[in-house]
Design a protein. Structure first.
Length: 315
């Protein structure tokens, strides 16, 4: 059953846009949460920015607020890079290297599974292992391949925030520790610095809330970008990535999230959240005030309100 109209007719488009504007007005005054500052450059974000965008699988985008303001994608990149790894290296190789279990721990936890695999690709250890796999397959071209994949999901060429990249690299010792630990178990092979530079750069790619909505809609549309019509990922990769997003996309809040909101999603410390309702829509939110888990406070409220009002819970 279709939740949103197949194409925007005035009578059906208006309620959705009106809902987005009302939600923006409702949660805009919230001043809970803090802008991430563990990467110094991220601390410069404007805490008041707030954008909400919805893209449907028939290619329409509805948006309100600061949906054109660029910010760094951060951990949201992990979802697309996982899909890219599945398609580039083959599921068998990727699944032998990275688990699909929720970790129940913070995104930057150094703990691995009992068999020394990363828990999943949505936490740093798994994402770094993923970068390692893509580097193994493509060498120094890895970052450009990742940037192209993210751009294909968004439907446009994406830039990198070099100041954030430098800041991530300068303060990234925890990720270095994770990468070296992984290398002792063969979870990454090769040049750790090169792999980490790829990871730091991938986190520093600039997107907007609108881009996130289109990325979400591309996941929802089984790997076909509904705006450009380009096939950007296989059905297998999209379905498995959405599965891991459902169980682990919101860090140690993932259980609460899937229980209450009921959509596969991924957040980033830049303040973005992407969510997807298969066959229907993608949701992109940007608001940099984060809760203790590293999730956007207004983003969570917006997705919860949207899920409740439009009955988007998948289960
Ligand atoms: O590894 C890091 O610390 C960041 N570059 C990515 C973190 C991130 O977005 C996790 N978020 N909630």
């Amino acid at each position: 059953m279709s939740i949103l109209p197949p194409s925007p007719t005035p009578s059906l488009e208006t309620p959705l846009l009106r809902f987005l504007k009302e939600t923006h007005a409702r949660f805009g005054p919230l001043d809970e949460g803090e802008v991430a500052s563990y990467i110094p450059e991220l601390g410069k974000a404007d805490p008041d920015h707030f954008g909400i965008a919805v893209a449907t699988t028939d290619g329409h985008v509805y948006e309100t607020g600061d949906t054109g303001v660029p910010f760094t994608i951060q951990s949201i990149s992990k979802a697309i890079v996982y899909a890219l790894a599945l398609d580039t290296l083959g599921a068998e190789h990727v699944e032998a290297t990275i688990g699909v279990e929720p970790s129940g721990e913070a995104f930057n936890s150094i703990r691995l599974r009992a068999d020394n695999k990363p828990f999943n690709a949505m936490v740093n250890a798994g994402a770094i292992a993923c970068c390692g796999l893509i580097s193994e397959a493509t060498g120094e071209a890895a970052f450009e391949m990742i940037r192209a994949a993210l751009g294909a999901f968004a439907g446009r060429t994406l830039d990198v925030d070099d100041a954030v990249f430098q800041s991530e690299r300068a303060t990234g010792d925890r990720n270095r520790a994770i990468a070296y630990l992984l290398r002792t178990y063969g979870g990454v092979r090769g040049d750790v610095d090169l792999i980490l530079d790829t990871y730091f750069r991938q986190c520093s790619i600039l997107v907007t809330a609108r881009d996130l909505a289109v990325m979400g809609a591309t996941f929802a549309n089984h790997g076909v970008n509904p705006v450009t019509g380009q096939v950007v990922a296989s059905n297998y990769a999209v379905a498995r990535t959405l599965a891991v997003m459902s169980s682990s996309g919101m860090y140690d809040f993932a259980g609460e999230w899937i229980y209450r909101v009921g959509l596969p999603a991924k957040s980033g410390v830049g303040g973005g959240i992407v969510a997807a309702l298969p066959s229907q829509l993608g949701l992109g939110i940007f608001s940099p005030r984060l809760d203790a888990h590293g999730n956007s406070v207004r983003g969570i409220r917006t997705c919860a309100a949207m899920s409740e009002s439009f009955d988007l819970h998948m289960l």
